[in-house]
Design a protein around this ligand. Structure first.
Ligand code: HAM
Length: 425
């Protein structure tokens, strides 16, 4: 039996498991702090949901979807992204939900692509979405939450790239102009785009290939061709970001890889990482998405952040990733009586809300101390013959082996108050 996980997927055992868990916890706390509420949608959806919203010419739809027929022959797709599913769910239950609707999710996404560092077939996203307002303040808030998340982890080498890609009023004329420009420069494009730029010329601007990027740099710029409402909106986003103390660069070729975007598009990149994995999170506004799904006009804005990439960026900057708190104490009971006592203590500790564990089996002191170490416990509390006689426990700080004896009845109190750090007992 093959023990490695399928290509492009990760097993997250400790300590990686506790790192991703810590990111989930921080993300949830931050989202809640800003008034976002947790949502979940199914891991698979009708294929049409993604093909109709991400765009028939997008990489996600043309190459990356995990699509299968179920037993009744329905075409289903493992969720490659979170925005369309959350919008679908919201449209089905709008009457019961507040407006604006502010949601966050922490979940896995599936995209079939060539795996490499920072690009997986299953990845984890922290996403937030605001439905029901066109106010540029919502765009600024969304960006600010993502920025706060990354900075809260200690990341500093991150850069906000911002663009506006217009709307149904100003984009068609821009699109025509871009097609004409690409026609003139067709020879310089990669083969893939030579044939396909007519279908979706914006895709060329998003291409990471050097040749296409050179063409993209010279292409007409959408930011100079926005209609008045789009320009005013974009200025509103700038004002909101400025108020929040953020800085950014305008990136006129930033168009994003999914088709539902209108107006604001943004990405946070970590210049230390290679181009393919540099985008820690991306998002933007999608004011036409609800209508594509047959709903009323529900404007929206949000982001999706790749959490594996966040871990890579932390590593790159030499910052320790946060970890889920480990055991407060591993109780070592030696001998039958010692183990019985250890079980009582563990129960007491857990009832007091302190993470505690002990061995299932009788093992020598040394072996149990090793277990305490491997479990990542801050302390070991040892109950041997001597401690049983005197009604005490020996509290051993695992980081440096510092030991002292305290009354068994004071174990919970000592650990709960964090007094265990001191040496005065
Ligand atoms: P996206 O740019 O396709 O946008 O993905 C968002 C983030 O997910 C990326 O910036 C990246 O960090 C991570 N990511 C994407 N694909 C992979 C992969 N194969 N391996 C590892 N990480 C990956 C969306 O998905 C939109 N739904 C974001 C959004 C929300 N826009 C508005 N609201």
């Amino acid at each position: 039996m093959e023990l490695r996980p399928p290509r492009g997927t990760l097993d997250l055992l400790p300590p990686q498991g506790s790192r991703i868990r810590a990111l989930y916890d921080r993300a949830a706390a931050l989202a809640r702090l800003h008034g976002y509420r947790y949502v979940e949608t199914p891991g698979f959806e009708a294929t049409e949901l993604f093909s109709a919203t991400s765009g028939e010419t997008s990489d996600v739809v043309t190459k990356e979807m995990y699509t299968f027929a179920d037993r009744k022959g329905r075409s289903l797709t493992l969720r490659p992204e979170g925005t369309a599913p959350v919008m679908r769910a919201y449209l089905g239950a709008m009457q019961e939900q507040p407006s604006p609707f502010k949601a966050y999710y922490l979940t896995r996404m599936y995209r079939y692509s060539r795996p490499q560092e920072g690009r997986y077939r299953e990845h984890r996203q922290f996403g937030i979405e605001v439905f029901g307002t066109e106010d540029p303040g919502a765009d600024a808030e969304v960006i600010t939450v993502g920025d706060a998340f990354l900075r809260g982890l200690g990341l500093t080498r991150i850069e906000l790239q911002l663009n506006s890609i217009g709307d149904e009023v100003c984009r068609p004329a821009y699109r025509d102009e871009l097609v004409a420009f690409l026609q003139d420069n067709r020879d310089r494009l990669t083969d893939e785009h030579k044939d396909r730029f007519q279908d979706n010329p914006l895709r060329v601007l998003d291409c990471k290939d050097d040749a296409c990027r050179a063409v993209a740099r010279e292409a007409p710029r959408i930011t100079e061709r926005l209609c008045d409402p789009c320009r005013t909106h974009f200025e509103g986003v700038h004002a909101g970001l400025k108020e929040a103390g953020l800085s950014w660069t305008i990136e006129p070729t930033l168009v994003r890889g999914l088709d539902y975007y209108t107006r604001t598009a943004f990405e946070f990149v970590s210049p230390g990482l290679s181009l393919q994995q540099a985008t820690l999170f991306g998002g933007g506004r999608y004011d036409g998405l609800a209508e594509v799904l047959g709903g009323p006009h529900v404007p929206g804005v949000g982001f999706g952040m790749g959490l594996e990439r966040v871990l890579l960026a932390l590593e790159q900057e030499g910052i320790g990733a946060p970890e889920e708190p480990g055991l407060a104490v591993f109780v070592v009971g030696v001998g039958d009586a010692g183990r019985a006592r250890a079980h009582d203590l563990v129960r007491e500790l857990r009832e007091a809300g302190l993470a505690a564990d002990t061995s299932f089996e009788d093992r020598p002191l040394k072996a149990q101390l090793k277990m305490a170490d491997r479990a990542g416990a801050a302390y070991a509390a040892i109950v041997g013959e001597r401690e049983l006689e005197t009604g005490s426990v020996t509290l051993r700080r695992m980081s440096d082996g510092d030991q002292r004896e305290i009354a068994a009845g004071r174990l919970v109190g000592t650990l709960a108050e964090g007094r265990a750090e001191g040496t005065d007992g």
